[in-house]
Design a binder for this molecule. Structure first.
Ligand SMILES: Cc1cc2nc3c(=O)[nH]c(=O)nc-3n(C[C@H](O)[C@H](O)[C@H](O)COP(=O)(O)OP(=O)(O)OC[C@H]3O[C@@H](n4cnc5c(N)ncnc54)[C@H](O)[C@@H]3O)c2cc1C
Length: 664
């Protein structure tokens, strides 16, 4: 055994936790694939929860707590190393341009001060802000001043953390990649690495954007490009005293340079700076602070923020008793390092779980109800969004709340998904989708791109502010084609205003007669798309092994077929679907082959989390009525599943008791 605790990942989070644990008396080893590749080096180092306008209350509280820890935390590190972290409680100024409207669309009308519970903010009018910070662009019409926000030189901090960890006796192994967790009976018994198997009593996952390579956690990279300009000799003293946090741009003053950032791109792990990225940054920065256009460019770089679907970190216990998670810190990992270190050390060493941690537990992304502890239910959860007659109170009292359907961190009330294909006309499609009360509609990217019959005007036909688009790769015969079409789908969703829609229904179907999906091509495409940050919903044959593999590579759901697409044959793969449901920790969506509401209800009774039904609705005599029937069947099947079916018996059992009857 190397140490008591092994930490996987040596960025700001891994190192902060390592030092905290070591100082509390445990032996710690940090395994890091590449210290220099950590987002920690790429960041801007802002400690700016107020300027970031974090709306989630618990997250705001976590950030404030961490910001308050910063002065003591950095002082302690500086004492350990005699190095400077560049921590500066400089405040942040958030200027707004005229077009943003009064008080930049943020503050309460006319108020000078925004009274947040523990962090003040002050509105500065045009004259005051230009006086307070000379050199701002002429279009700046006012702005907020956040005096408690601060900054740290994140590269200096990374150096200090590494040196501090060495000096307190943490064993640091850079260049060691963890390939897998070795797990037995709910315990991690070792990590497989390029340097052999390494064992410890406890493990902590802190591998940032790459966490998803090791565990099915919905962490994906959000690329950020940055650059810096040097403060030239002709400028006598540092022109900016505080961070400028503009609209889509920030400028962070360091001792001898200005840091300008950052783009936010969903491009997976594609490296490098691009002309478009840098041009966008420079344009916005010059508008905000025009004199920097004369400053020499010093450096370009990029990094990958570890993003989760709800943009909150994943902190706390895991599915294994001796594995703790601290990842997904997205755009606030530098800020959150001290509080993460303290809370995780408390959790591991004293089993003390701070109440704040509850909201950041990984299970918020895995809400599959378990059959052993049935979820009780309220009628409101069974309406599929529509007001149906409520259940009688005594029934409600016997069943508690069903959880909503959660896919890749996004919550849906309806468990029925539909499509847009095969309708006789667009009105029928609109009416049916409305009658189904579904919230997810799948759309064939290729057919929309090529304006195939029935797909013209589709973008305008549906209200995409209410319906979540699920782009699908129908018509793709190979993994490569499907990957290409998935990327187009993401662009399509953006054009429809769904900027954060990274969903794709993956279909790789080389066989045109039976339309059966290619399992190998599907797995290959899924692996790549997950790496690129997609929430992948793969359409598969009802193969339990394949379903498991897809889950392991990070798919957001699995979508086994009931019978061939468009056949209406109903549930022909019941036994396998049942095994998939039993073993899945992601939602199981039964897709294809359902022909009638009774079959829909049956699939839900098995414990499927949701259904995708298109042909059975579109090809019926009255699609809108059938859509409604499918909605009711989905609800009924779900309710029946939660209620628990009576056992099947070999012989009759009378409904009325035979004892106590009147005999002559
Ligand atoms: C452009 C940009 C600007 C940002 N600005 C700010 C900011 O102003 N303020 C702020 O608070 N945050 C900011 N952030 C976010 C912040 O940088 C991250 O949240 C933070 O660095 C995450 O730290 P981490 O330790 O979890 O991950 P990282 O710093 O990415 O470190 C992860 C480490 O794990 C290693 N690793 C990965 N996989 C394995 C494996 N299998 N085996 C072994 N090692 C592995 C990697 O090599 C890496 O060294 C910014 C990020 C970017 C990209």
């Amino acid at each position: 055994m190397t140490s008591d605790i092994v930490i996987i990942g040596g960025g700001v989070i891994g190192l902060a936790i390592a030092i905290e644990l070591k100082l509390r008396g445990t032996s710690v080893t940090v395994l890091c694939r590449d210290f220099q590749a950590a987002a920690t080096h790429a960041a801007a180092g802002m400690l700016a929860p107020d300027a970031e306008n974090i709306t989630n209350g618990v997250m705001r509280a976590l950030c404030w707590r961490s910001r308050a820890l910063y002065p003591d935390w950095t002082r302690k590190l500086e004492e350990l190393t005699s190095l400077n972290t560049g921590y500066r409680p400089c405040g942040v100024l958030a200027p707004f341009f005229e077009e943003a409207g009064g008080q930049g669309g943020r503050g309460a009308g006319g108020a000078e001060e925004e009274n947040t519970l523990s962090s003040p903010a002050y509105w500065l009018d045009k004259e005051t802000i230009h006086q307070y910070q000379p050199g701002l662009g002429a279009e700046v019409a006012g702005g907020w001043w956040y005096p408690e926000d601060a900054q740290v030189d994140n590269r200096a901090l990374a150096r200090v953390l590494w040196t501090a960890a060495e000096s307190v006796g943490v064993e640091l192994k850079d260049g060691v990649t963890v390939d897998a967790f070795l797990q037995q009976q709910g315990q991690v018994v070792g990590v497989q690495t390029n340097a052999g198997v390494i064992r410890a009593a406890h493990y902590v996952l802190t591998s940032g954007s790459w966490s998803n390579e090791l565990l099915p956690l919905p962490v994906r990279p959000k690329k950020g490009q940055m650059l810096s300009v040097r403060i030239p000799e002709f400028v006598p003293e540092l022109p900016l005293k505080r961070v400028l946090f503009g609209q889509d741009i920030y400028i962070v003053p360091r001792r001898d340079r200005l840091i300008i950032g950052a783009t936010s791109e969903d491009v997976g792990f594609i490296p490098d700076n691009t002309p478009e990225g840098i041009q966008t940054l420079l344009q916005a920065a010059i508008r905000l602070y025009p004199q920097l256009k004369h400053y020499p460019i010093q450096e370009f770089w990029w990094g990958f923020r570890p993003a989760t679907p709800d943009e909150l970190p994943i902190l706390g216990t895991s599915h294994c008793q001796n594995l703790t998670l601290a990842t997904g810190h997205y755009r606030n990992g530098i800020l959150l390092a001290p509080v993460t270190a303290a809370l995780i050390a408390d959790l591991i060493l004293s089993q003390k779980s701070d109440p704040l941690l509850a909201d950041f537990h990984y299970s918020r992304f895995h809400t599959k109800p378990s059959t052993s502890t049935p979820m009780l239910t309220h009628s409101a959860n069974f309406s599929n969004g529509r007001n149906t007659t409520p259940l009688p109170t005594d029934a409600i009292n016997h069943v508690s709340t069903d959880s909503p359907l959660v896919i890749a961190g996004k919550t849906f009330q309806s468990r029925l998904m539909t499509g847009t294909g095969k309708y006789r006309n667009i009105e029928e499609m609109q009416q049916s989708i409305a009658a189904s009360d579904c919230q997810i509609v799948t759309v064939a990217v290729r057919r929309v791109q090529t304006k195939a019959p029935g797909h013209e005007g589709l973008a305008e036909a549906l209200d995409w502010t209410k319906i979540w688009m699920l782009p699908n790769t129908a018509g793709c015969q190979t993994a490569e084609e499907a990957i290409r079409v998935a990327r187009l789908g993401r662009e399509m969703a953006k054009l429809l205003g769904q900027e954060d829609n990274n969903f794709v229904k993956l279909e790789v179907i080389p066989d045109l007669k039976y339309l059966l999906p290619d399992p190998i091509g599907t797995l290959q495409a899924a692996e790549q798309l997950v790496k690129e940050g997609f929430a992948v919903l793969p359409y598969i044959n009802a193969d339990p092994m394949l379903a498991k593999r897809l889950e392991e590579v990070g798919c957001a759901t699995v979508m086994p077929l009931a019978s061939p697409i468009g056949s209406g044959q109903g549930l022909k793969t019941t036994a396998n679907i049942q095994i998939i449901i039993e073993n899945a920790s992601v939602p199981v969506v039964v897709d294809a082959g359902i022909g009638s509401p009774s079959q829909a209800a049956q699939a839900m009774e098995l414990g499927a989390d949701a259904l995708l039904i298109n042909s059975a609705i579109a090809l019926s005599q009255n699609p809108a009525a059938m859509a409604r029937a499918m909605n009711l069947a989905t609800v009924a099947g779900r309710l029946a599943y939660l209620a628990g079916r009576m056992p099947i018996k070999d012989y009759a059992s009378p409904s009325s008791p035979l004892t106590g009857t009147i005999t002559s």
